[in-house]
Design a protein around this ligand. Structure first.
Ligand code: HEM
Length: 541
């Protein structure tokens, strides 16, 4: 049986660390975008790869890119074709565009995790929270999500909806039109509470999720992690990097969060064990709590965990991958709703139509039950007719398309770098030599011919009727990567994002941006970049 606690408890206060570089594991590349680095491995040795010309006075391409990423990349593609070299964030990258992108994601010799590790030393930080699965290529967290979260979303959805609703009510509530609505200067903090509580409920169960300390850990972990990471990457020499990594290895600063989770989970696990033993003694079936913590405890051998600290460390890696990414994108979704108010009523109408249809179908089932003299069950209980179930949300195709279009429009144009572990020759004949870095031209993917018309415009119904659900990854949709390493949490993330969207349009008829001059910049903000203007919400009723 799993030992609850090991003897060691390397701890250090993270109080001194105030700098926040928000981060999710899968989006470590996004964190990378927030930091400028002056070291690199050099370009591929293939001299046929063209180098993009620099503007007079520029020493890297950063300035030109940042002024207008689309215009810069269009120029590069027109002048040099699909593969070209740039200095981006002061670092040498070979940009891969169009159909060749697939060859990067489908070839295990290109490693995203190596590229991130090379830049940030992220593994040292993650490994400071866990004791097993320390290999850089470990798939454990991926497998935990794939095996336990994605297939069980319909069961988790009612809890997610309840938490999102409760916290939206608590944080925002009624915003009367006659009072001019309610200004929220930092909408992200509203979403943070909603998402952290929903995730906590799924990950550790409702009892532990009631702990304010646990919720705070879910919220601040990404910031603390980002702070450590950024202090690790502002390095000028390998000596400083070595010192930083040694410090992490010795003091384990993220252990503060592990301790919080261990302390909160220990009494609950002991009580669960007591109840299980009692059930066995009485010969009755033990109702296993349905959360990820319990599933991990039940599969200690499968995932090679060594003790509860280790289980909690893995849960926190999951938190890192999920809470901030989902909070950030749902906040951004609200800014899109503010920017395109003309679409909100259609989204509201869609949800009413779907819920009406579900209600009618359930009414037919009820009549059938009455005819047969059978009692009502979960599928027929009238009090759940208008629940935002996973099945109901799935039928809201306009909302799905809206969210996919937000991702298509917002996603950073150069992203998801990969390091070549071995030299790779692309089908075009170009050689990406071992140790060099490639980066994906998202513009070519997200504004390519597959996207239909007006590819530079926001067209929220672009994907309706096209069998391109927001979770469907491919070379035409890369916010979650693709191939073997594609984000396994996207099903949960999308479920939450769409639920948040549905709740927002049903409760609020209008979302206005506080300072409309800042709106355009906010829509294209990078993952983790705080919006510097608030939102004004007006209740629908
Ligand atoms: C809007 C929210 C999210 C975005 C934009 C996002 C994006 C990404 C991206 C771009 C990757 C890297 C894919 C690649 O290397 O090709 C990734 C990986 C990952 N994501 Fe997410 N993610 C989100 C939410 C989540 C959630 C909710 C979870 C967990 C429940 C999660 C768990 C993971 C894990 C475990 C990986 C590593 C997969 C691997 O290396 O095999 N993500 N994510």
């Amino acid at each position: 049986m799993l030992t609850l606690l090991s003897g060691s408890s390397n701890m250090a206060s993270t109080d001194a660390i105030k700098v926040a570089v928000p981060l999710g594991l899968g989006l470590a590349s996004a964190a990378y975008l927030t930091i400028k680095l002056a070291v690199g491995n050099g370009f591929s040795i293939d001299k046929s790869i063209p180098m993009v010309s620099l503007r007079p006075g520029d020493t890297t391409h950063d300035k030109e890119y940042n002024e207008d990423p689309d215009a810069f990349l269009r120029r590069c593609e027109e002048e040099y074709g699909p593969v070209f070299n740039v200095y981006y964030t002061s670092k040498p990258y070979t940009v891969i565009s169009g159909p060749l992108i697939r060859e990067v994601f489908m070839n295990e010799d290109f490693s995203a995790i190596d590229a991130i590790e090379d830049l940030t030393g992220m593994r040292t930080f993650l490994n400071s929270m866990v004791k097993s699965n320390l290999d850089i290529d470990s798939r454990t967290v991926h497998d935990i999500v794939r095996d336990n979260i994605s297939p069980n979303l319909p069961f988790f959805t009612p809890r997610i909806v309840k938490e999102l609703e409760k916290n939206l009510e608590k944080q925002l509530g009624v915003c009367p039109a006659e009072e001019g609505g309610k200004l929220v200067e930092k909408p992200m903090s509203v979403l943070q509470e909603m998402v952290a509580n929903a995730m906590a409920n799924v990950f550790v169960g409702s009892e532990i999720a009631q702990s304010r300390k646990v919720i705070d850990t879910f919220i601040t972990l990404a910031a603390d992690f980002g702070a450590l990471l950024s202090s690790g990457v502002h390095r000028t020499s390998s000596w400083r990097t070595f010192l930083k990594r040694t410090e992490i290895n010795v003091f384990h600063p993220l252990q503060t969060h592990v301790r919080v989770l261990v302390e909160a989970t220990t009494p609950v696990i002991l009580e669960r064990r007591r109840q299980e033993a009692e059930a066995i003694e009485r010969g009755i079936e033990y109702q296993r709590p349905d959360d990820i913590l319990q599933r991990l405890l039940d599969n200690v051998d499968k995932y090679h965990f060594v003790d509860l600290e280790d289980v909690c460390g893995h849960l926190l890696i999951l938190v890192l991958a999920s809470v901030h990414t989902t909070t950030d994108t749902s906040t951004n979704l609200l800014y899109y709703m503010a920017a395109y108010p003309e679409y909100l009523d259609k989204l509201y109408e869609e949800q009413q139509q779907v819920l009406d249809a579900v209600q009618q179908e359930r009414e037919l089932l009820r009549q059938e039950c009455l005819r047969k003299g059978e009692p009502f069950d979960a599928d027929t209980d009238p009090s759940h007719d208008r629940d935002l179930s996973a099945a109901a949300i799935k039928r809201m195709v306009c909302m799905d398309s809206f969210v996919r279009e937000v991702f298509r429009s917002r996603t950073e144009r150069l992203s998801l770098m990969h390091l070549a572990r071995k030299s790779v020759r692309l089908s075009s004949g170009i050689l990406i030599s071992k140790g060099s870095n490639v980066i994906i031209n998202m513009r070519s993917a997200h504004q390519g011919p597959d996207q239909g018309e007006d590819v530079t415009e926001f067209r929220p119904w672009r994907f309706v009727g096209k069998s391109k659900a927001a979770t469907k990854v491919g070379v035409d949709f890369l916010p979650f990567g693709m191939g073997r390493h594609a984000c396994p949490g996207r099903f949960l993330a999308m479920q939450e994002l769409k639920t948040i969207g549905v709740m927002m349009v049903s409760k609020y008829s209008k979302i206005d941006v506080q300072d409309s001059t800042k709106l355009k910049k906010t829509l294209r903000s990078r993952m983790g970049e705080p919006a510097d203007t608030g939102l004004i919400f007006t209740s629908r009723f």
